[in-house]
Design a binder for this molecule. Structure first.
Ligand SMILES: [Zn+2]
Length: 474
């Protein structure tokens, strides 16, 4: 098809580059960064002689699927929103007025329409729509003898006397048309693999575009001249994509941001809670443990989170875990920190401070040390704490007997005495324990909550909180 004026493929939804969207209350980037699509700042010759006259824009395509009615096409595409109209019968397929017959997924379409950056594919189900409007049909009165003869065409005599309601959207996805956009997304995926992990994302994105929700700030960096590794043309296509998603989803994204900033999450926005590279926390009976997310996959009911945390057996190493967190089905909204796993950045109860103080203590004892508990002259000023299930931290030093117990913290000696207890792991970070200062955040937050020590009073190796409250003997 041609991109000339008069094409039936008009974009019916904002933002069109000919009619830019109204400014939103909250922008994700500076106004100076904006492309004014009506009056582009960049002259065409800067973009190359072969750049299409029209600037990149999305094309909304409505797809009707029918697997229920044998006389209907299984799939059809329209440029306008489909529905049933006045005079349509129960035998009529859900349809629009402007059917698209071109192969919109083919290379020829991309070549002929280089200003079209991507398709927004909105899908509807014909059977679901007929169920929705089934009570709106009126039966055309016909003589009984004719009705009997035409009984197998009965559905043709139930017609609408006015246009039916708009259909409910079954699904939505964005399909990249422009090769410039495809190439740009491949580059972005290669530079930000945690945010764009799937191979399929080179060609499409599924609503509600969770990866864009989490990558919004990163993607705005792409438009800063000194930071971008995209060409100007590629930037325009990517910008078109981000603008479209942020424009059509900004109410939803803002609502989620507001909830999370207040430390709560609703079921509607649960799928947005875990993002790539987030630090997440799991509460345990021995205190909170922090992990870095490698991958968080939402399957409709919950997240499967692959993550890692620091462990230590004389050298520091990364320990990987797979954790599951599901929505508590009986609630509409919960505190983020009440979930089995939650992003540390949304906690309001001070868990980060707990983790940091504990990490500082753990770092002090990465080398062999002899410590004495409950001594006025202790060089380490140890404070025993316990964690209750509500995560309140209760100093209990005063509750403990005023005896002086000595412990030896020496993981290397323990490893030499108990070689079978040492699990195989990477030695990539060997030597870190010899550094004078710990690495930057979030390192200290992610150190273990317990450390093994030898108690001279009971002559046993035991696990202790990093702050040296005896836990359990082995
Ligand atoms: Zn149908």
């Amino acid at each position: 098809m041609s991109s000339s004026a008069g094409s039936p493929l008009q974009n019916e939804e904002p933002p069109s580059h000919a009619a830019p969207p109204k400014p939103r209350a909250k922008r994700q980037h500076d106004e100076d960064d904006e492309v004014n699509f009506a009056q582009p700042k960049r002259a065409k010759h800067h973009l190359g002689a072969d750049y299409p006259t029209a600037l990149p824009q999305p094309l909304v395509v409505h797809r009707v699927i029918c697997s229920h009615h044998p006389d209907h096409p299984p799939e059809a595409f329209f440029a306008d929103t489909p529905r049933l109209f006045t005079g349509d019968s129960k035998a009529t397929a859900l349809h629009g007025h402007q059917m698209i017959t071109e192969d919109i997924f083919g290379e020829q379409f991309a070549d002929d329409n280089r200003h079209i950056s991507f398709l927004v594919l909105k899908s509807y189900d014909c059977k679901a729509y007929h169920d929705l409007v089934q009570d709106d049909f009126s039966v055309i009165p016909i003589p009984l003898n004719i009705a009997k003869t035409l009984s197998k065409f009965k559905s043709h005599f139930s017609v609408l006397s006015e246009d039916g309601m708009a259909p409910e959207l079954e699904s939505e996805k964005i399909v990249f048309v422009s090769r410039e956009l495809q190439t740009a997304m491949e580059i972005i995926r290669a530079t930000h693999p945690a945010h764009f992990p799937s191979e399929e994302m080179a060609m499409s994105l599924d609503a509600p575009y969770l990866c864009i929700y989490h990558a919004r700030l990163i993607m705005n960096e792409l438009f800063k001249p000194s930071r971008s590794n995209l060409t100007e043309v590629q930037q325009l296509h990517v910008r078109c994509l981000i603008e479209y998603i942020q424009y059509t989803r900004h109410d939803e994204f803002d609502e989620a941001d507001t909830e999370f900033a207040n430390g709560v999450v609703s079921e509607r926005h649960f799928s947005k809670l875990f993002g790539p590279d987030d630090i997440v926390v799991r509460d345990t009976s021995t205190g909170p443990i922090a992990y870095a997310i490698e991958d968080a996959t939402f399957d409709g009911r919950g997240f499967r989170v692959t993550c890692w945390t620091w462990d230590f057996d004389g050298i520091f190493f990364k320990s990987t875990n797979t954790l599951r967190v599901e929505w508590p089905s009986h609630k509409d909204q919960v505190r983020v920190s009440s979930l089995a796993l939650y992003p540390l950045k949304y906690d309001k109860s001070g868990v980060a401070d707990v983790l940091r103080k504990r990490g500082i203590k753990f770092w002090e004892f990465r080398k062999a040390a002899l410590v004495e508990y409950e001594s006025e002259n202790s060089a380490f000023e140890l404070k025993a704490v316990r964690f209750d299930l509500k995560k309140k931290i209760v100093p209990i030093a005063d509750e403990l007997p005023k005896t002086s117990n000595r412990y030896m913290i020496d993981l290397k000696t323990y490893g030499q005495m108990h070689p079978d207890s040492i699990q195989a792991h990477s030695r990539d970070h060997e030597g870190l324990e010899k550094e004078e200062n710990p690495p930057d955040d979030p390192f200290l937050l992610m150190l273990p909550n317990t450390i093994r020590g030898y108690g001279f009073h009971d002559k046993k190796w035991s696990e202790y909180f990093s702050c040296f409250l005896p836990m359990a003997n082995f």
